[in-house]
Structures are given as structure tokens and as C-alpha cells.
Design a protein around this ligand. Structure first.
Ligand code: NAD
Length: 510
């Protein structure tokens, strides 16, 4: 059945779980004959098989969502709010279970997985305020006897395509505002860790979301293309790597859809000479190696300004042997394995590449990776990295932190602004004036001042600039509500019959 090549040397769990689609409120076994493997990255063994949808199976999910739309959009806001409060309660109640699913398939440590669920939950909480969020404007007496008001209405069937690194939170960024606004949804989660989406579907059903409103189809490019080309899908949210984000944006919009496509990143953390170096080193280690560097907001390049470099590299080097790498289910593990063997090998190859390009390997993560079959790599620190090197230019997406040294603040800002990505950036300094100037100067969507991973809270919106986002609107928060609705303006008159007369002139407002 499996068409996806297995990683060399991968073993299989005795009994493989089978992950099915979720259509019209029930699990549906795939019929395409295509599927892909799911691994336990800490053990390096295959634990499951996920069905891959055909074009027809995607169409079935879309038709169900289309049928459910008419009644879901008509559900009152107070009833939708009630359902959202129930979703909130159920996700909260099951946050431990969801986290365990994430750790089992993604590999991230349990505490990190719980953090992911908590941040997703905040987006659900924001959506509990949907009556307030959908309030329109009203203008009385725009003209004599005429009132004008604006309303926001749902789009119809919306779709989400999500990456492997946040299998619960990123889908929540999408389905929560989409459903709260009255849309129905088809989710295509990452084929690497799809179980959390099906678990979420069960919780939504339990919370009272009607069948057909939320559907999950699994798969690869076939399913993605079926979504992008489907005439009944009004809008697509995508989060993933930049080449695919660009493809999704171009293909989806050419098929008449509204698309927001969030891409990859190369996030810089600038450390000025006046910064508290211990605080900066703690932040760099946390933000560089947390979730094994598999975060789109992970810090991957440190830019040491002036004489900050030696002290900073020394302080980070001192901290690295203490990072506990191990099975994410073990309570003392701080960093888990990478998601697949292929990805681990690709990330590890950057260590030699960096050395060949002239970088200094201060700490080599291959030397500290736990033994066994898991997809582990320890923490790596590269110094003397230069912007022309591949280890600088590429999004490595693993526990490899680079340091580059520059003479001035201006040089540091130029590096960030010339980088093709623009997701997150941070500056570490004690100088408020410089920090304020930095927020003015820098061409990046999310900025941290002495905060290494500046992911906006749920009532702001998340999104990068440049090659980190294709589309106009950021995800979740107020812009998420805007993305999943369209505006309508009503001009209304309830005339006094006594004043009615035929008037063929151009309508006047005064
Ligand atoms: P990916 O681009 O490989 O996959 C994302 C989704 O696209 C998956 O659902 C996958 O099935 C699908 N896909 C993969 N190849 C495809 C193809 N050729 N055609 C159509 N669809 C395809 O990304 P990933 O490896 O799962 O996730 C890591 C990437 O996501 C990193 O680049 C990371 O920076 C990025 N990311 C960005 C954000 C953000 O908010 N900007 C957040 C999380 C992750």
C-alpha cells in the first residue's frame, strides 16, 4: 500500500495505526490506495500509516462542507459563542492528550507540546468573542432618511494546508476564526503528524459543531492541488516552506481564491555591545534550540555587534553541554529528535557544509546526539558565519545556530533588511532609543525587543514580510477575521410615504 519510500533502516512498530480522513462528522477510510508512513521520531520506528486523499475524496469533503455552509452561517452568534466556549473547555480538558499525540508523532518534548496547545487555545479564546469581532459600522442619516451600515459575512468553504512543526496550533490559527465567522472548513494537515487534526475533529463534534462544518483530508500534492483548483473553495490559508507557499499563493489566486500563504524564515537576533550578555545567551539557546530549531520563529542567526561576539559565543558554548536531548516523553528532556531521518540527515549535513565554507564549528551536535535509532541531533553552534555562505542563506530548520559578527548597528540592520525572509527578528540592548529606532528601521513583520521569539498574542495578527508571506492579510487576530469574511455595505431608507415622489435626477447625499 505504501508508495512513500521508507527511511533506510526504519523499523516498524508491531501494530501500525491507520489514520483516516474525517468527513461529515465521521472517520472515513481512504480509497485511493495511496498512503504515507508516520514515525515515532524518538524511537526511529514507523508507528502508523496515513491515507492519502485522491481528487475525488477531496471533492467529497468539499461537497459536504458546501452543504453544511447554508445552515452553519445561519446559526446565531450567541449559539456559535456557546459552541466556541465548549470547544475551549474541551481543548483545555484534553490538552495533555493532544500534547502526547504531538510528541509521539513530531518528537517535540511534552512541555513544548503543551505550550503549543496553550498558544492555540488562546486563538480559540479570541474567537469566543466573535459577536464583538463581527460588529459592523452604522451611519444614521447619511442622507435625509437614509442610513448606511456595514456587515461582514462568511466566504463559504475555506481550506487550510498546514506544516509538520505545529500540528495542533497552526490548524487552530485557521479553523477557529474560519468557523467562528460562519465558514465551513476542509483541513489538509501535514502528512508527517496528522493525528492531532483528527483528534481535534472529534472534540469539535463533541462541542456541538454540526457534521460537515469541519472536515479533514490527508495527503500530499495531489490533495493540495485538488484544494487549490476546486471551484467551490473560496479561500485557502497555508503555512509551510517558502517555495510551496509561493506555489500555493500563485495557483490558488489564479483559480480565483483568496489566499494567505505563510512561508519559511531566517530569523536574526541582534546583540548590541551594551546588552546583558547572560540574558542574551539564555535567550539565544532557548530560541535557537527549542523544539530542535523546528520553529518558523526560531532564532537561527545571531548578529553580534562590535565587541559583543567573543563574550556571547563563550556564554552560549558554556550553556550547550547542559541541554538535555532525549525522548520528548521523558520529563527531563529539553530537546527532542527531528521529525524524520531524512530531515535529521539534511540538518546534520550543514555542519560539514559550514566548516567547508569557512565557518568555525564551536559545538558539533553530532557528537552529543543520544544513541539508538531515534532521529536525534545534538545542538550545534557555528561561529564566523558570513552572509554569502549556504549555512547563512538557507533555512536549516534544525538545532544549528550561527553567529556572524559585524562592526555597527547599521551593518546589522542592513543584513536583516537584505535577507529575502522577513518573519521574525529580535534586538538585545539596554538602550531604549536604539530599540525604538530598530522597530522603525527593520523590514520584518514581527519584532522582539529583548524578546527572542516575538510571536504576537492572539488579539494581534501573525505574519512576516517579504518571502515569509504571500498575500495581504496576516493570520489569526483581527486580520484573521478580515481574511475569513467579506464586507457588505447596506444603504437603507424607510421613507415616509408622504414624502415619496418620482425623481430621475442623480441621487444626492445632501
Ligand atoms: P512544507 O512546505 O514541506 O509542507 C507544508 C504543507 O504543504 C504540508 O501540508 C505538505 O503536505 C504540503 N506540501 C509539501 N510539498 C508540497 C508540494 N510540492 N505541493 C503541494 N503541497 C505540498 O513545510 P513543512 O516542512 O511541513 O514545514 C516547515 C516549513 O514551514 C518551514 O519552512 C517553516 O519555516 C514553515 N513554517 C512557517 C510558519 C509561518 O508562520 N511563517 C509557521 C510554521 C512553519
Amino acid at each position: 500500500m505504501t508508495e512513500v519510500a521508507e527511511a533506510p533502516g526504519a523499523e516498524r512498530a508491531q501494530e501500525l495505526k491507520r489514520i483516516k480522513h474525517w468527513i461529515n462528522g465521521t472517520p472515513v477510510a481512504g480509497e485511493s490506495g495511496r498512503s504515507g508512513p508516520i514515525y515515532n521520531p524518538a524511537a526511529g520506528i514507523q508507528t502508523g500509516e496515513v491515507d492519502f486523499a485522491s481528487v475525488e475524496e477531496v471533492d467529497r469533503a468539499v461537497q459536504v462542507a458546501k452543504e453544511a455552509f447554508a445552515s452553519w452561517r445561519a446559526v446565531s452568534l450567541s449559539r456559535k459563542t456557546e459552541i466556541f466556549f465548549r470547544i475551549r473547555a474541551l481543548v483545555d480538558e484534553h490538552r495533555e492528550d493532544i500534547a502526547k499525540i504531538l510528541t509521539a508523532e513530531h518528537g517535540k518534548v511534552l512541555s513544548d507540546a503543551k505550550g503549543e496547545v496553550a498558544r492555540g487555545l488562546e486563538v480559540i479564546e479570541f474567537c469566543c468573542g466573535i459577536p464583538e469581532l463581527l460588529k459592523g459600522g452604522f451611519t444614521e442619516q447619511a442622507s435625509t432618511g437614509i442610513d448606511v451600515y456595514s456587515i461582514r459575512q462568511p466566504l463559504g468553504v475555506c481550506a487550510g494546508i498546514t506544516p509538520f512543526n505545529f500540528p495542533a496550533m497552526v490548524p487552530m490559527w485557521m479553523w477557529a476564526p474560519a468557523l467562528a465567522c460562519g465558514n465551513t472548513f476542509v483541513l489538509k494537515p501535514s502528512e508527517k503528524d496528522p493525528s492531532a487534526s483528527v483528534y481535534t475533529a472529534e472534540l469539535l463534534k463533541e462541542a456541538g459543531v454540526p457534521d460537515g462544518v469541519f472536515n479533514v483530508v490527508h495527503g500530499d500534492k495531489v490533495a493540495v492541488d485538488a484544494i487549490l483548483e476546486h471551484p467551490e473553495i473560496a479561500a485557502v490559508s497555508f503555512v509551510g516552506s517558502t517555495p510551496i507557499a509561493r506555489y500555493v499563493y500563485e495557483t490558488g489566486t489564479s483559480h480565483g481564491k483568496r489566499v494567505q500563504a505563510l512561508g519559511g524564515a531566517k530569523n536574526h537576533m541582534i546583540v548590541l555591545p551594551d546588552a546583558d550578555i547572560d540574558m542574551a545567551a539564555d535567550a539565544a539557546v532557548s530560541a535557537g534550540y527549542g523544539s530542535a530549531g523546528e520553529r518558523c520563529m526560531a532564532v537561527s542567526m545571531l548578529v553580534a555587534v562590535g565587541d559583543a561576539g567573543d563574550e556571547l559565543v563563550g556564554a552560549i558554548k558554556e550553556r550547550l553541554p547542559k541541554v538535555k536531548v532525549g525522548d520528548g516523553m521523558q520529563p527531563d528532556s529539553e530537546m527532542g529528535p527531528l521529525v524524520t531521518r531524512d530531515h535529521r540527515d539534511k540538518v546534520a549535513s550543514y555542519i560539514d557544509k559550514g566548516r567547508e565554507e569557512g565557518a568555525t564549528v564551536v559545538t558539533d551536535g553530532r557528537e552529543s546526539a543520544p544513541d539508538g535509532g531515534g532521529f536525534f541531533l545534538g545542538v550545534t553552534l557555528l561561529d564566523d558565519v558570513k552572509p554569502e555562505m549556504d549555512v547563512y542563506k538557507d533555512e536549516i530548520f534544525g538545532p544549528v545556530l550561527g553567529v556572524t559578527r559585524v562592526g555597527t548597528y547599521d551593518e546589522a540592520v542592513r543584513l536583516v533588511n537584505e535577507n529575502p525572509y522577513g518573519n521574525g527578528v529580535a534586538i538585545f540592548t539596554r538602550d531604549g532609543g536604539v530599540a525604538r529606532q530598530f522597530q522603525f528601521d527593520v523590514n520584518v513583520g514581527m519584532v522582539g525587543i529583548n524578546v527572542p521569539i516575538p510571536v504576537p498574542v492572539a488579539y494581534y495578527s501573525f505574519g512576516g514580510w517579504k518571502n515569509s508571506l504571500f498575500g495581504d492579510l496576516h493570520i489569526y487576530g483581527p486580520e484573521g477575521i478580515q481574511f475569513y469574511t467579506r464586507g457588505k455595505v447596506v444603504t437603507s431608507r424607510w421613507p415616509d410615504p408622504a414624502t415619496s415622489k418620482v425623481d430621475l435626477g442623480f441621487p444626492q447625499t445632501r
